[in-house]
Design a protein around this ligand. Structure first.
Ligand code: SF4
Ligand code: SF4
Length: 152
């Protein structure tokens, strides 16, 4: 019984010492959502799609990003117009499957798809995890989601 009491007292003192040591330190947590984490430039959040200087979609439907995607999160459907030019009919990323590796951004030959800044992806409707081309283009137009903005 005496030994048990000694062990408990030692643990209690250790615990209290640790608490006191950290009591006056600056907290590492943030009061979210009022205070936001300062994202580094290398942060990889939900993807955005960029436009060219004339405001048209940059994506040319080459098929490289769905090919390289390790989690098969990208769906791409293309067709040809009257002049035989390829057009993107459907482009979708399933954010629930995506592992945010950034390969899609790295492989894109025309810098169309970029990892954005959006990390607030909790949803009540799982179908909203499938993001369409239109939504990604909209995010690409919005500096809030665009990691590097005008610099690219
Ligand atoms: S970040 Fe990686 S896993 Fe996500 S869509 Fe791009 S290639 Fe696929
Ligand atoms: S986003 Fe880039 S890599 Fe993906 S299909 Fe379009 S052009 Fe190709």
């Amino acid at each position: 019984m005496g030994l048990m009491t000694n062990i408990l007292q030692t643990d209690l003192i250790k615990g209290l010492t640790l608490t006191l040591q950290n009591f006056f330190k600056k907290p590492v947590t943030l009061r979210y959502p009022e205070v936001r984490y300062e994202l580094p430039d290398t942060f990889r959040g939900a993807q955005i799609l960029k436009r060219d200087s004339e405001g048209s979609e940059r994506c040319v439907g080459c098929g490289l990003c769905p090919e390289i995607c390790p989690s098969k999160a990208i769906t791409l459907i293309t067709s040809e117009d009257e002049e035989g030019e390829k057009r993107v009919d459907f482009y979708q990323i399933h954010l629930g499957l995506c592992i945010y590796c950034g390969y899609c951004q790295e492989v894109c030959p025309v810098d169309a798809v970029w990892m954005g800044r959006d990390y607030e992806l909790s949803l009540t409707d799982p179908s909203r995890l499938k993001v369409t081309k239109e939504e990604m283009l909209q995010k690409g137009d919005d500096p809030h989601y665009d990691r590097l903005g005008e610099s690219r």
